[in-house]
Design a protein around this ligand. Structure first.
Ligand code: V3L
Length: 85
């Protein structure tokens, strides 16, 4: 599993992992060659743009956060807003 890839979104000075349901969905969409996908995350629709590698809330002016695809064991702040102690 050391070569397994997961997905991260930008927080303040660091990256958060997407939750364990969303990350595999992103990987599947990405591998199938989609340019973007729309997913329900924490009760809101988000557009994930694989060409420009950012996410933003659909239909609402929220923050545009960078995203990255990286190894599972790289440093992160935690998972979907839950901090790693
Ligand atoms: N998964 C979970 N929550 C998210 C996601 C996501 N992919 N995208 C946005 N939110 P916006 P620090 C983040 C949350 O982009 O201290 C973190 O998960 C987002 O939560 O305008 O800045 C932390 O919980 C924010 O609360 O749509 O690193 C929190 O920020 C809200 O949706 C603080 O993290 C609006 O974000």
């Amino acid at each position: 599993d050391a070569d397994e890839f997961v997905w991260y979104y930008e927080g303040r000075n660091g990256w958060w992992s997407y939750d364990e349901k969303t990350s595999p969905e992103l990987e599947k969409s990405f591998k199938s060659g989609q340019r973007s996908c729309t997913l329900l995350i924490a009760g809101f629709l988000y557009v994930i743009d694989f060409e420009n590698m950012f996410q933003t809330r659909k239909n609402e002016p929220g923050r545009r956060r960078r995203i990255k695809r990286d190894k599972k064991d790289v440093e992160s702040k935690g998972v979907a807003g839950i901090r790693i102690p």
